[in-house]
Unconditional design. Sequence first.
Length: 256
Amino acid sequence: MWRQPKPGCKPVRLSVTNPWARLLGYQGWSRTGEMLVPRRDPKALEMDQAELSKAQAQLAVAKQEQQYLDLVAPSNGRVLAINAVVGDHISSGTFLTLVDDSQLLVQANMDETDLSNLKASQAATVNFDALPGQSFNGQVASINPSLANVRGASAVAIQVLLDPGALQDLKNRPVGLSASVDVIVGQVTNAVIVPLEALQQQADGTYAVNVIRNGQPQLQKVTVVLSDYTSAAITSGLNAGDTVKLGSQQTAEGVP
């Protein structure tokens, strides 16, 4: 700021070579109104801007790296295994296994001949080897469209979602328990069940069985509505209690 000198005094001016001005990157002074304001060196301004841009870039990289360090589980669950220790460098692969035990899934392999009968949401029954005498209900959650090779044979991989009631008995059980799965592909009432080997397929595609009457086998046409690997459900042609001849000359009684 300039002031009018008193009579007999010499005017004093601020030095333009102020060492503090050079240290801060300022060169010279400019006058605005009654105030002296510093004038920036353009080169020093460019250097400061470059340093700021570099610091901002380093900050962005640090924030990105922090996101990589923060592992957030996609859902609640239980940690099964950690394949690393503090200080290890993780490049690829799985080092932590997390299981969602709020829903229990059973992986099962079904024969490829069952593929046409399998559908999502079908009821299923699961029996675990470690829990004899207990059966758990569920439903088919997914069916893999690609066949899997299991011990040299083609199989259909399915997943069965157990009902919530199974959580109490299985929640603290180890993952990987062996189990057998039965999928209910159809239901019928008022049917007679006979062994599968009692059926005889006729030339026209129908079925018949040999019914023992008066000690002699008599061929009887029957209507088969459902069958599996061991039994067939018949809705007409047989009555509960009838004796049928098996393929090995044995006999068996039909049961309702």
